[in-house]
Every structure is written in C-alpha cells, then in structure tokens.
Design a protein around this ligand. Structure first.
Ligand SMILES: CC(=O)[C@@H](O)[C@H](O)COP(=O)(O)O
Ligand SMILES: NCC(=O)COP(=O)(O)O
Length: 250
C-alpha cells in the first residue's frame, strides 16, 4: 500500500552565502548566520555541499554547522575517500552523494550509479553504519533509481535542474516532458521503498509542480533563495517558498 507521511520538508542550501563571502576572502556574509536565519524562517534542514575545490563551503563551515544547527544537516559530497572521512568524522543526519567536476559551473547532472554500482555500494556502507541517511543525487532515469535502490541507499534526490532550465528557456513542451519523468520516477522510487527528495535550480516559478508530487518528502533549494534574499531578506524569501510549497500540497 502506498502511504505518504508528514509535511513536505524544506532544506535550505546555504552554499552561495559562502560564494559571496569567498569573493572577497573575508568572514561575511557568514553561512552559519544564514543557517540560523533559515532555521528561524521555517527551514526543516540545512544543506551544504563541501566541494573538493572548496569554491564555496569550507571545512570550517561544516565544523561550525555541526555545532550550531538544531535542524538536520544534509551534507552533500562527492564519492571520494577524503569526503567519506569527513562525513564519518561528523556523522551528519544525511549524506547526499553528488557527481562533481572541477570545471563545471554547477552540478550538471545526476550521479551515474548504474555505471559505478559496486564501488558506490562499498562506499556508502560505512556511512550508513555510522548512522547517516544516505541519499543519492540522480536524474529522473529508471536504471539510476533501480541502481540506487540496489546499492542500499535510503533516499534519492531527483535532480530538477533540467526541468528548471527548460522552463527558463521557454521550452515548455520539453519542460513538461521532464516534469512527467520526475513525477514517474518519484512514484517508482517510492514504490521501491526509497524516500524521495528533489532539488536544484528551483524557484518560485518552478517549485509548485514538483512540490505537488505526494511522494516527494523534501525539497532542497539554495541558489534562488540566496539571490532573492538580496531583495526581500533571507527570512522572508524562505517564508514565501515555504508558503508556496504548502499551497502546492493542499
Ligand atoms: C548538488 C546540488 O545540486 C547543490 O549542491 C548545488 O550543486 C549547489 O552547489 P553548486 O552551485 O556548487 O553546484
Ligand atoms: N541538491 C540541490 C540543492 O541543494 C540546492 O540546489 P540549488 O537550489 O542551489 O540549485
């Protein structure tokens, strides 16, 4: 039987507060302060991606988040020994394994779990044993969902970047096709027993159709909210996203 538990959670990604800070190399704006504001504005969790090149979030940011957060940390990382050691030291609530390329501007696609199944199964086992929920960031692609399930992940996060890009480019038929793929894979993953999250590139214009999928338990949203904070402040920007998510779910 299909069951859907709890309200849709909002994870606020604070990476790009660190991007602005790092543009000048100083201490502000402070990602920890952003996390605290996000918590107060209704974020159910904080997401931070410690990239191998440390272009935004730093090791010290992760240390600080582990100390100050009162909501769960979703620690995004590449499947490398260095990142595994950091995750095992901190034991965050959740670890989301993402693909990473030095030359990319942002996370361009989902992880190819199907191609790297054996290695990834061994890679995530100790993270699960340490108590972190393991999530895999993938495209809306059935073989990838099946492979994520086989390796023992508890969660998948569906990459919504393609859907959002197609919307921004006005390619509306293709956008709707991608949205249909996201909906089908959310359903399929849920029926396999995986918890389903989604995120990347979501905005006020694109969030509601994804928030309306009953199988989706969490959305992770960052870049747009940090940009919107310039105009209305971080707390109000998050509160409006929260309101739109709730509206889509009713
Ligand atoms: C994995 C993911 O979607 C987010 O971490 C997003 O990538 C934000 O970080 P970047 O902008 O560095 O890709
Ligand atoms: N995993 C997606 C995420 O954390 C937020 O992505 P974005 O909203 O910064 O593109």
């Amino acid at each position: 039987m299909t069951t859907f538990a709890g309200r849709l959670r909002l994870g606020v990604n604070i990476d790009h507060v660190a991007t602005v800070r790092n543009a000048r190399g100083g201490a502000y704006p402070c990602p920890l302060r952003a996390a605290q504001v996000a918590q107060e504005a209704g974020a159910d969790g904080i997401t931070a991606h410690l990239r191998e090149d440390r272009r935004h979030i730093s090791d010290a940011d992760i240390d600080g988040l582990m100390q100050v957060l009162t909501v769960p940390l979703n620690f995004e990382m590449a499947a490398t020994p260095e990142m595994q050691a950091i995750a095992l030291r901190h034991k965050p609530h959740a670890v989301c394994i993402v693909p990473e390329k030095r030359e990319e501007r942002t996370t361009e696609g989902g992880l190819d779990v199907a191609r790297d199944e054996n290695r990834l199964a061994h890679f995530i086992a100790p993270l699960r044993e340490a108590g972190s929920r393991v999530s895999i960031f993938i495209a809306a692609d059935r073989p990838q969902v099946e492979a994520a399930h086989r390796i023992g992940a508890q969660v998948i996060e569906l990459h919504t970047g393609a859907y959002c890009d197609l919307h921004a480019e006005g390619r509306l038929e293709e956008r709707d096709d991608e949205l249909a793929r996201l909906r089908d894979m959310a359903r399929f993953a849920h029926d396999l027993g995986l918890e389903v999250h989604a995120g990347h590139g979501l905005t006020y214009e694109t969030v509601q159709p994804v928030a309306a999928f009953p199988e989706v338990m969490e959305l992770n949203i960052g870049h747009f909210l940090i940009g919107e904070a310039i105009f209305r402040g971080l707390g109000p920007a998050i509160a409006e996203m929260r309101r739109m998510m709730d509206e889509a779910r009713t």
